[in-house]
Design a protein around this ligand. Structure first.
Ligand code: GLY
Length: 417
């Protein structure tokens, strides 16, 4: 199978690793990729969010499958154009991608599908925003309706901060903002592979979104993750599929916008029961790095079955009994203005540890060919071991072998929920 994978983060390096190591894959091109994917596949530098460039490359290489990593190409309609060109693509069309690109749309679909989520008000004016903050109370949860590169959500007990964030969202052209009731309880990410009708869940994982230990500091794209969640209810996955993912996939099909791709269910296990925090329409980062480390069945076969509408006939994914812990190393300044260019050393030493692999995200090479930081999240350090505790110890032993001046990482990934 010839596969074109779009994206350049650690998520894509994890996807590339699972795709490239499978005997079903004969050829893997990553566009644009990163130094990690260059070591296991062919990187080609096109704009992954330009539908014409992607169709041209997929056609030229004779791709049997296109896998879309990030949300931007999906929102730009890349999957629509690739599908139109007759090439199977794992990723929803732009209309179905609205489940991620408009939080108000996602709420409307959830309401129609009877899916449990937080009460919310969609606000278009300052007066509506003020009324919603009063009505829904503290902590205030204020979300930009549109995509905001991980900076769209503010959770705060300070009304002024909630109002300021809401006003900043409203100030954008056509800006809308959601004010939601706060959901208590631990958060869980469950990825569901979908072919427009059938849903196949992957293993649940947990993401650590804030920069600092104990959930202190600003929100980030995610500072680490682990799987499995030994504390989660045994029937969690089955319930999420039955009560959330399948009704949403059915509702999208009913609307004529079939959901083909990865439905990322961001959930809270609240004192009132399971609630959806958000949907994304692509693999999550950094959860994918932990989840795929445990996958023992074929990823290319699974994604091609979904892209071809044959998921009902495909075997369910299988999982290692081992646990995976993924710790993100970020550059100084992240998630604000990042100081790039710092030398990154010790990756080989980290990978010399049993069960450890290191995934690249914001890395590059300087003029002397040395590995340097070139983005916010620089590396994901992944460790597999028999228990979550031993995987965690191993991951941190590996992180301690890597050096980046001013590099930031959390020390409590997988230490509790
Ligand atoms: N882990 C959060 C995200 O992928 O959006």
């Amino acid at each position: 199978m010839k596969i074109l994978l779009l994206g350049s983060g650690a998520r894509e390096h994890a996807l590339a690793r699972s795709l490239a190591s499978d005997p079903a894959t004969s050829d893997l091109v990553v566009a644009p990729g990163n130094p990690g994917t260059a070591a296991i596949a062919t990187n080609l530098n096109i704009n992954p969010a330009a539908p014409g460039e992607v169709v041209e490359l997929a056609t030229r290489m004779g791709a049997d499958l296109v896998v879309v990593g990030p949300e931007a190409p999906l929102v730009a309609g890349v999957a629509d154009d690739v599908r139109e060109a007759g090439i199977p693509v794992f990723g929803p069309g732009a209309k179905a991608a609205r489940l991620e690109s408009s939080k108000a749309f996602a709420k409307e679909v959830m309401r129609a599908a009877g899916v449990p989520t937080a009460e919310a008000a969609v606000c278009s004016t300052e007066a509506e925003l003020a009324a919603a903050l009063d009505r829904l109370g503290t902590p205030h949860v204020v979300k930009d309706d549109g995509l905001a590169a991980g900076k769209g959500v503010v959770v705060t007990s300070e009304r002024a901060a909630a109002r300021d964030h809401g006003l900043a969202c409203l100030s954008r052209e056509g800006g809308r903002v959601l004010v939601e009731h706060y959901l208590d309880g631990p958060e869980i990410s469950l990825f569901c592979v979908c072919d427009g009708a059938t849903v196949r869940p992957l293993a649940p994982a947990q993401d650590f979104k804030r920069l600092g230990d104990g959930g202190a500091g600003p929100n980030t794209g995610g500072m680490g993750a682990y799987s499995p969640l030994t504390w989660a209810p045994d029937d969690l996955t089955e319930r999420v599929v039955r009560e959330i993912a399948q009704p949403v996939v059915d509702e999208m099909a009913r609307r004529g916008t079939a959901f083909i791709g990865l439905l990322y269910c961001g959930l809270a296990l609240t004192s009132d029961g399971l609630r959806v925090v958000e949907f994304n329409v692509r693999f999550g980062d950094p959860e994918t790095q932990a989840v795929l480390a445990r996958l023992t069945s074929s990823l290319p076969d699974l994604l091609l079955a979904a892209a071809s509408g044959r998921l009902a006939d495909a075997p369910a994914p299988t999982w290692s009994e081992q646990a995976a812990v993924d710790v993100v190393l970020a550059a100084p300044g992240y998630p604000g203005t990042v100081a790039a260019g710092g030398a990154v050393t010790g990756v080989e030493e980290a990978e010399a540890l049993p069960g450890v692999h290191v995934l690249h995200a914001g890395t590059g090479f300087d003029d002397d060919g040395r590995l340097v930081a070139a983005g916010g999240r620089v590396l994901s350090v992944v460790a597999l071991a028999d228990t979550v505790g031993s995987a965690r110890d191993r991951a941190y032993e590996a992180v301690s072998r890597i050096h980046l001046d001013g590099g930031q990482y959390r020390t409590d990934i997988a230490a509790g929920r």
